[in-house]
Design a protein around this ligand. Structure first.
Ligand code: SF4
Length: 62
């Protein structure tokens, strides 16, 4: 799968990093980084939670 971020919507509150720290990193300047561009199925559950709980609806799985 591929994780997509809408950088215009993201406000860097790091909810996604709490849900899936292997995949999302929000740095000290509140910028988000995708650590694994094409994560395997083993990450799906956590990523789906991140997508669901992102307060800005800035995440998508493709
Ligand atoms: S949870 Fe959403 S708004 Fe917050 S840092 Fe992650 S992508 Fe950005």
């Amino acid at each position: 799968m591929k994780v997509l971020v809408d950088y215009d919507l993201c406000e860097g509150n790091a909810v996604c990093m709490e849900e899936a720290p292997e995949v999302f990193k929000v740095d000290d300047s509140d910028n988000i980084h995708i650590l694994i561009e094409n994560p395997g199925e083993e990450h799906r559950e956590k990523i789906e939670r991140a997508v669901k709980f992102c307060p800005r609806a800035a995440l998508k799985i493709e």
